[in-house]
Design a protein around this ligand. Sequence first.
Ligand code: NAD
Ligand code: MG
Length: 416
Amino acid sequence: MKALSVLGSTGSIGTQTLEIVDDFPDRFKVVALTAGRNLDLLIRQIQRYHPEVVALADGELVASLRERLLALAPQERPARLPELLGGSDGLCAAAAWPTADLVVTGIVGCAGLLPTLAAIRAGKDLALANKETLIAAGPVVLPELARSGSRLLPADSEHSAIFQCLQGTPWADTARLSTGIPTPGLRRIQLTASGGAFRDWDAADLVKATVADATSHPNWSMGRKITVDSASLMNKGLEVIEAHYLFGIDYDQIEIIIHPQSIIHSMVELVDSSVLAQLGWPDMKLPILYCLSWPQRLETPWRRLDLTEVGQLSFRQPDPAKYPCMQLAYAAGRAGGTMPAALNAANEEAVALFLDEQIAFVDIPKLIERVCDRHRVDLKADPALSDVLATDAWARQAVREAAAGSAARPVVAAAG
Ligand code: NAD
Ligand code: MG
């Protein structure tokens, strides 16, 4: 029986993790849950999974959660109320909870950084969905992993695919996989991208893109922020940085390839020119399950892949003019140090402004570029946690200021 701490339990990753617990009640149990603001769903989860501890990001909501749990009819109330915690310290305590074996990081954004570090420092293995944390703080997270011996198992579908493929190589070594140590024999990674909501749009039409347009993903059902990131291809850009940190591979050896069917979840090319791929329907439950069961495979009744039903797998190069975020991410990754933290925070803030209908979709890359340019003079090559946190806060503020000023003028992303 593996005991899980599920961070961000009310989100897309969190709820899919709990569905896996439902599918394998003899294998997995939940000892800790954390959430942002969705108390209704969180209460239903507490009733179903009986966690030992529950933490809310907003400490002020803890009293109301307690009241609502106590107001439940006796037959609906858990026999023992979980320990209820709040704020950043509460999230960190839930992430480092002594009885947890594995921490699923389903918090969205850099808000996951401190809980992730708390889990690593407590020696927990992690199922990493919260990519923003590794992207913003790779130079801080990797040494902590090396110190504690925690394993970072990738839940992101592309990185899970790479992780799975690498286990088919003679150099596979669990001490090395996904810890940032270069993987011998690995020549190239090809990250597949669906192309997101605007895959079939002309670049010139992106000026008209609305929030509803950007949040309807063709293949995957996910939280709103990552769905917008998929539409801009920033998600793939962030995944390039994530792959760099997880697999210790240079940026020149990581490629993005548009694969509209989302059946091949990514590929690795080895030094002898062999290419290994991992395939499956676009469903996050499989990469999450693999983190939970690794190194074992569990039998599932899930829909099996039928390539004759898919018919065709197609591939094309992404258009850099249509997707400027992709290049911004490569540039930030190559600059290293605190630059990915600036990029990530600027993106989080710009996407929030877009979702709030304060800026246009095409303003997102403009704002990020401006902030990354400004950060160049302050870049710390070998940052401490405090540098990452300071960069994150500065970049968010810089985006808000730029958006309030002239930067958010409507722009056309590409001339076509
Ligand atoms: P989501 O918005 O559906 O859920 C986010 C969760 O985090 C919710 O439980 C929310 O309450 C909580 N949360 C939000 N803000 C918080 C804060 N400031 N502090 C603490 N908790 C907070 O997001 P998601 O789609 O589940 O994505 C979660 C993470 O997983 C992201 O980093 C995303 O990039 C990554 N990811 C998601 C998918 C997917 O299919 N959804 C795939 C790959 C990677
Ligand atoms: Mg992904």
